[in-house]
Design a protein around this ligand. Structure first.
Ligand SMILES: Cc1cc2nc3c(=O)[nH]c(=O)nc-3n(C[C@H](O)[C@H](O)[C@H](O)COP(=O)(O)OP(=O)(O)OC[C@H]3O[C@@H](n4cnc5c(N)ncnc54)[C@H](O)[C@@H]3O)c2cc1C
Length: 425
């Protein structure tokens, strides 16, 4: 039986942030990931864009580990439109992890079962049969898999019908000639949407001819690599995917793969692709939404659009409400007004009736609508960093309940890690 101060399950951006923050806060930390390598969605199902990490005044609101993952983002004024390279991101994760003496990483290892009593996790059993214990646990599995094993209550999908946002299989093609889109310098929304609009005509023509099963009715979301030599496509859409059911994910992957071929056939006549081919199809299906664990506070769309401020804020989010419709091909995008950001309170990271578990990824407590905003990498990194830091404090002080933490200490520790923290007088 292995014993740690903190165990973090899932190594996407939330879990990597949680584990590094926990180890840096002095906790002997185990990070467990079912895939052979860390990285989660942002690496193994690359998504292309860095979404808003600053407020309307241009002030950074997601800093901390996010800045260490994407340092060049913070070199000049905030970038509204910035892509990243998933291989560089993986390398950075692995380098930062290797620098932490208190952090142990085990990959190709899933959490299979969870021993518990009175709302308290007392051990985890992994897929290889080994067992580990910790004083505090962080669920960074995105879909709330650990919390579900621990018996936490959760919601899935829209309140009205339980339907989830569609899943997407991303792929990359290159070499592309961006000049064929009329673009010399692509680093602006105007130039990227020029690509989307030109490809949209080709895609919609193929759709009208019945040549695709893709329900997406919008422009072809294609994101140029930083050097402008390839495009990452985030356009396929498969509805009714339940990420908690492996069969459902497998079926969706096959359907999305078909859409990849259909899309490529439709758009490849564009002169930008004269010498291009598909160079990479993600091995992992991109899942936007899964379980949302019910916590001590449920963040709502009103909180997001009302620029909510909370005394127990531990993270901030400036990204829009972004709902890819669970039933049709439309997308609802509503920016955060005013200051351009809202707070995420510590209470959203605490599952109801659980005492030594924290949420450190997109599975925090919020509605379908609120989740559509904070699910992107910049706020998820901040959420993970807050959960890992809090778990380490809980372990250090041998607290019996994550609710007993001293908020002023959590804020101080997050500030020390260069994270954006706003306290209310
Ligand atoms: C198609 C698509 C496009 C997107 N576009 C953008 C974008 O442009 N910009 C942006 O910032 N964000 C985007 N996002 C959102 C963003 O990529 C993810 O929401 C975010 O990366 C989630 O991070 P996470 O750490 O919560 O989860 P993940 O990165 O999904 O990591 C969860 C990890 O937990 C592991 N895991 C699960 N269960 C277990 C278990 N039982 N045991 C061990 N390990 C387990 C998984 O293998 C996985 O590695 C997009 C998402 C999708 C799907």
């Amino acid at each position: 039986m292995m014993d740690y101060d903190v165990i973090v399950c899932g190594a996407g951006i939330g879990g990597v942030s949680a584990a590094i923050a926990s180890a840096r806060s002095g906790a002997r930390t185990l990070l467990v990931e079912q895939y052979p390598r860390v990285g989660g969605t942002g690496v193994h199902s690359p998504v292309g864009l860095i979404c808003t990490y600053f407020d309307r005044a241009g002030r950074y609101i997601n800093i901390g580990l996010h800045k260490e993952f994407f340092p060049d983002l913070y070199e000049g004024p905030p970038q509204g439109c910035w892509s990243y390279d998933e291989r560089e991101l993986l390398e950075r994760y692995e380098t930062l992890i290797a620098a932490e003496p208190l952090l142990t990483v085990r990959t190709s290892l899933g959490v299979a079962a969870c021993g518990r009593s009175d709302g308290r996790i007392d051990r985890l059993t992994f897929t290889d049969g080994t067992v580990a214990t910790a004083h505090a646990y962080v669920d960074s599995t995105a879909d709330g898999n650990l919390s579900a094993l621990a018996g936490a209550a959760f919601q899935m999908g829209r309140e009205s019908d339980g339907l989830l946002q569609p899943a997407t299989l991303t792929f990359r093609a290159g070499p592309v000639d961006l000049r064929a889109f009329g673009i010399d310098e692509w680093r602006s929304w105007a130039s990227v949407t020029q690509i989307w609009d030109q490809l949209k005509d080709l895609y919609l023509a193929s759709r009208a001819a019945g040549k695709t099963t893709n329900p997406n009715g919008g422009g072809v979301l294609a994101i140029p690599s930083r050097d402008g030599t390839s495009l990452l496509f985030n356009h396929t859409r498969v509805h009714a995917v339940d990420p908690t059911q492996p069969d459902s994910v497998q079926r969706a992957y096959a359907a999305a793969l078909r859409q990849v071929d259909e899309l490529w056939e439709a758009i490849r006549p564009h002169p930008a692709f004269a010498h291009a081919r598909i160079t990479h199809v993600s091995k992992k299906l991109g899942v936007r939404e899964g379980r949302r664990i019910i916590g001590e506070y449920l963040l709502t769309e009103q909180d997001c659009l009302g620029e909510a401020r909370f005394p127990d804020m531990v993270a901030a989010c400036g990204y829009a409400i972004d709902i890819h419709n669970p039933q049709d091909g439309t997308t609802r995008l509503v920016g955060i007004p005013g200051s351009g950001y809202y707070h995420i309170p510590y209470r959203c990271l605490i599952p109801k009736d659980r005492t030594n578990l924290l949420l450190g990824s997109r599975c925090i407590s919020g509605t379908h609508e609120a989740h559509s905003s904070y699910r992107v990498m910049a706020p998820v990194s901040a959420i993970g960093q807050a959960a890992g830091t809090a778990a380490a404090l809980v372990a250090r002080d041998r607290l019996q309940d994550v609710r007993a933490i001293r908020l002023d200490q959590l804020h101080t520790n997050l500030r020390r890690q260069n994270q954006f923290v706003e306290t209310m007088s």
